[in-house]
Design a binder for this molecule. Sequence first.
Ligand code: COA
Length: 168
Amino acid sequence: MGTRVLLRRVRADDEARFLELAEASEGLHRPWVRLPRSAGEFAAYLARFDQVTAVGMVVCPRDGGDLAGMVNINEIVRGSYQRGVLGYAAFLPHAGRGYMTEGVALAVRYAFDQLGLHRVEADIQPGNVESLRLAERLGFRREGFSPAYIKIDGTWRDHERWALTNES
Ligand SMILES: CC(C)(COP(=O)(O)OP(=O)(O)OC[C@H]1O[C@@H](n2cnc3c(N)ncnc32)[C@H](O)[C@@H]1OP(=O)(O)O)[C@@H](O)C(=O)NCCC(=O)NCCS
């Protein structure tokens, strides 16, 4: 729980609102992320979150309870790595109000304090200024660049590799 938002697991009963907001936010999301666009895609999305290799969450403003955005911790690897990869996106009309900065910060704390991870990573396209700013604001450092790294909407896209490690 943060001062303005709470972070909770995404649930089956979020489907209708999640799909509505994802559709309304497509202009904001493209070409950076692709969220579920149908009931079938939403069910497959939920099924990914086994709480072992991936945790799916939503960011909810404390006043109102709507969904301001989503944050996932994906590709969790244990053993010598102890790391996860963040995915996040704001939903219109809640973008630009500071909710995602707080929500992603809560997800990082959850990854470190509750999941016991040592490292969280974020893969960000070079032109994605809002996401680069968010990562910098939260103290992520740029560690590298991977050409044609992730296929989004049918195209292999270059990504900068950002990360934050738990030094406590
Ligand atoms: C990246 C993304 C999640 C950022 O979401 P957002 O809702 O704009 O994030 P925030 O509102 O927390 O921060 C945006 C700005 O609002 C500011 N802000 C406005 N009101 C604020 C408030 N009350 N409190 C704190 N900050 C506030 C922040 O300081 C920040 O300013 P800056 O970027 O000019 O430095 C969003 O742009 C998005 O969904 N992009 C498409 C999907 C995407 O790219 N995902 C990441 C893939 S790597």
